[in-house]
Design a protein around this ligand. Structure first.
Ligand code: G1P
Length: 289
């Protein structure tokens, strides 16, 4: 069955970005000139998904406004003859259908946030996007994953090789090889194990294609790593019943969820923009010397 639903957990408090996130969602911080959340939604559209389910929380209204039509703005741009930017603005509100579910505060973890989408997702495979992970791929990362899902009919988790720091920060996978060097059968998964206990150097990145049975497992999952209800723990308990593959996508991922990763992503994506890249490159060369 075709995957159509994309779940975006966006209820987090953004504590790594304080004070910038005291009164605005971290998902609305700009990367070059687009808010972080828009990159993930555009990736979902490229993957053929059309129902965007955003799990929001207190103080996240500007995300809803961003994906809504802004008549006043459109009218003003039209009057000024700014047709190119008008086109861009109109495109944002037609990216898909948007549904908002509110997670009450304080957020109890990624697993709990995903559980909020249970009734909307229903009984079908669905995609999860963690917007902090900004994927810069020749073919949209989720599109690559959807293709793998169509071939395997299994759950798919985006994966990338990591280092000791990553073994502390990410979900880490234990895998077995398949015929496809990018695709591995998952036999175990553990959240933030640290280098000492990590079963491998293959880390979970923030893109998942999950079966609906995950919801029941989340409901049975208690507090895990860092005192939160972890999606990783629910996946672990589903491994014996459902097939899960790790997919090493083609492309690069930026961690826009912490300050230095965010700055690096801004520079990398800025350098790809033909209208500013020359100026930016000149500036980087100047300060580097
Ligand atoms: C979450 C997941 C983790 C995954 C990471 C990817 O962690 O729990 O398994 O590796 O996203 O970015 P968080 O960044 O919310 O701590």
């Amino acid at each position: 069955m075709k995957i159509t639903k994309a779940v975006f957990p966006v209820a987090g408090l953004g504590t790594r970005f304080l004070p910038a996130t005291k009164a605005q969602p971290k998902e609305m911080l700009p990367l070059v000139d687009k808010p972080i959340i828009q990159y993930a939604v555009e990736e979902a559209v490229e993957a053929g998904l059309d129902l965007m389910v955003l799990v929001t929380g207190k103080g996240k209204q500007s995300i809803e406004n961003h994906f809504d039509t802004s008549f006043e703005l459109e009218e003003a741009l039209e009057k000024k003859g700014k047709t190119q930017v008008l086109e861009e603005i109109r495109k944002i509100s037609s990216l898909g259908k948007f549904v908002y579910v509110r997670q009450q505060q304080p957020p109890l973890g990624l697993g709990h946030a995903v559980l909020m989408a249970k009734e909307i997702v229903g009984n079908e495979y669905f995609a999860v996007f963690l917007p902090d992970d900004v994927m810069d791929c020749p073919v949209a990362c989720m599109k690559q994953m959807v293709e793998v899902h169509q071939k395997t009919s299994a759950a798919i988790i985006a994966a990338e090789k990591t280092d000791a720091l990553g073994q502390e920060r990410y979900g880490i996978l234990k895998v077995e090889p398949t015929d496809n060097p990018r695709l591995h059968r998952i036999v175990d998964i553990v959240e933030k194990p640290g280098a000492q206990n990590a079963p491998s150097d293959l880390a979970v990145m923030g893109r998942y294609i999950l079966p609906p049975e995950i919801f029941e497992k989340i409901e049975q999952t208690g507090e895990g790593a860092i005192g939160e209800i972890q999606l990783t723990d629910a996946i672990k308990s589903l491994l014996g019943e459902k097939e899960f593959f790790a997919y090493e996508y083609e492309g690069e991922r930026h961690d826009a969820g912490e300050v230095s990763g965010y700055l690096k992503a801004t520079i990398k994506l800025g350098l790809k923009r033909s209208d500013i890249s020359e100026d930016l490159k000149k500036f980087i060369d100047e300060i580097a010397s």
